[in-house]
Design a protein around this ligand. Structure first.
Ligand SMILES: C[C@](O)(CO)[C@H](O)COP(=O)(O)OP(=O)(O)OC[C@H]1O[C@@H](n2ccc(N)nc2=O)[C@H](O)[C@@H]1O
Ligand SMILES: Nc1ncnc2c1ncn2[C@@H]1O[C@H](COP(=O)(O)OP(=O)(O)OP(=O)(O)O)[C@@H](O)[C@H]1O
Length: 290
C-alpha cells in the first residue's frame, strides 16, 4: 500500500518521534552485566519519524506496515504498546493499529527505534487514559532500550548510568549538518570491542561548559566501518565533526542557514546528508503526567 493510501486511511492520528544527537559520549565504566556506564549530552533535533495510531477495542496490537528485516512482533512500536498493555486490567479491551513512516536512519545512532517506542508509550498513555507518571513511563521504556527513557524525559539532558539517569540542561539553538554513511552499525558489536576504552574520567554537570569531550565509541566504529571515517573527514572540512551514539551518522555544527545550504548543495554524490535544528522539548512532552 502506498504512503498516500496510508495517510488517507481514516481514523489514524499522527504522532512525531524526533531524533537525538549525542553531542559527546564518554564511557566511564562497565556494569557486572556487561552494560556500559556512560556520560553524554543528548540533544533533541527536529527530524522525525511519524507514528500513526488508531484505537481498537479488541485488545489487539496490529502493525500495518512492518519494515523489511524487522518482523512486527519485534518492532519497538509493537513491543512498547504490548508493554503498556501489561499496565491495564486483565480484561481490558484497549488495542491499537500502528503504521510507521520511517525517515530516521536505522542503525544511525540518532535513536530512531527508541524514539518510536517512546512516542507510542507517550501517545497511548493518553489515548488509553492511563495517566502514568513520566518516571513510570521512563522505567517501562528502559525495558525496551537504553535510549527510550531520554525521549520520555523529553528535554535536553546530561545523561548518565546506562542511559537512565537524566539531568535537564539548557542547550543553545543550533544548526547541524548530519551525514549518513550507508553502513548499519551494530551497537552491541561496538560496545563489545576489546579496543574500546572504558575509563574516561567522570565529569560533573556543573563542569560541562568548557569540558574537553569526544565520542569514545568513534574510534572503534571507524576501525570497523571505514566509511564513517570518510564521512568524518569530509565534514571536518567545514567544522569539527563527530559521530553520534554508536554511529553510523556523523554531525557538525554549522553557523548559519546559508552555510548549511552551501554544505548540502556541494555534497559529493556518494554522500547523503541533511540539516537538523535543535529542539528545546519533545513535541509530546505534555503527554506524560509529571
Ligand atoms: C550508544 C547509545 O546510542 C547512546 O545514545 C545508546 O546507549 C544505545 O542505546 P540503544 O541503541 O537503545 O541500545 P540498547 O538496545 O539498549 O542496547 C544494545 C546493546 O548495546 C550495549 N549497551 C547499550 C547501552 C549501554 N549503556 N551499554 C551497553 O553496553 C549492550 O550490549 C546492549 O545489548
Ligand atoms: N521501530 C523501529 N525503528 C527502527 N529500528 C527498529 C524498530 N524496531 C526495532 N528496531 C530494530 O532496532 C535496531 C536499531 O534501530 P535504531 O534506528 O534505533 O538504531 P540507532 O539509531 O543506532 O539507535 P541508538 O542511537 O539508540 O543506538 C534496528 O536495526 C532494528 O533491527
Amino acid at each position: 500500500m502506498s504512503l498516500t493510501a496510508v495517510l488517507d486511511e481514516p481514523g489514524f492520528t499522527a504522532f512525531p518521534a524526533p531524533a537525538k544527537l549525542n553531542l559527546f559520549l564518554h564511557i566511564v565504566g562497565r556494569r557486572a552485566d556487561g552494560y556500559h556506564l556512560l556520560q553524554s549530552v543528548f540533544q533533541l533535533v527536529d527530524v522525525h519519524d511519524t507514528i500513526y495510531l488508531r484505537l481498537r477495542d479488541d485488545g489487539q496490537v496490529v502493525h500495518h506496515n512492518p519494515m523489511s528485516g524487522v518482523p512486527a512482533d519485534t518492532d519497538l512500536t509493537v513491543r512498547a504498546a504490548r508493554l503498556l498493555q501489561s499496565k491495564l486490567s486483565a480484561n481490558h479491551k484497549f488495542g491499537v493499529d500502528i503504521r510507521v513512516e520511517k525517515r530516521l536512519p536505522m542503525g544511525g545512532g540518532m535513536g530512531g527505534g527508541s524514539s518510536d517506542a517512546a512516542t507510542v508509550l507517550l501517545a497511548l498513555n493518553r489515548l488509553w487514559n492511563l495517566h502514568l507518571s513520566r518516571s513510570d513511563l521512563m522505567a517501562l521504556g528502559l525495558q525496551l532500550g537504553a535510549d527510550v527513557p531520554f525521549f520520555i524525559f523529553g528535554r535536553n539532558a546530561f545523561v548518565e548510568g546506562i542511559g537512565e539517569i537524566m539531568t535537564e540542561i539548557e542547550t543553545p539553538e543550533r544548526l547541524f549538518v548530519v551525514l549518513h554513511p550507508q553502513v548499519h552499525v551494530s551497537t552491541p558489536e561496538i560496545f563489545k570491542d576489546p579496543n574500546l576504552t572504558r575509563d574516561t574520567p567522570s565529569i560533573k554537570v556543573r563542569d560541562l561548559e568548557g569540558a574537553v569531550t569526544r565520542n569514545d565509541l568513534e574510534r572503534c566504529a571507524v576501525q570497523k566501518y571505514p566509511e564513517i571515517g570518510r564521512h568524518l573527514d569530509y565534514l571536518n572540512q567545514f567544522a569539527p565533526a563527530r559521530m553520534t551514539g554508536s554511529g553510523s551518522c556523523v554531525f557538525a555544527e554549522i553557523a548559519s542557514q546559508t552555510e548549511v545550504d552551501a554544505v548540502l548543495f556541494g555534497l559529493l554524490e556518494s554522500i547523503n546528508g541533511f540539516a537538523v535544528k535543535t529542539l528545546s522539548r519533545h513535541p509530546l512532552y505534555e503527554y506524560a503526567d509529571n
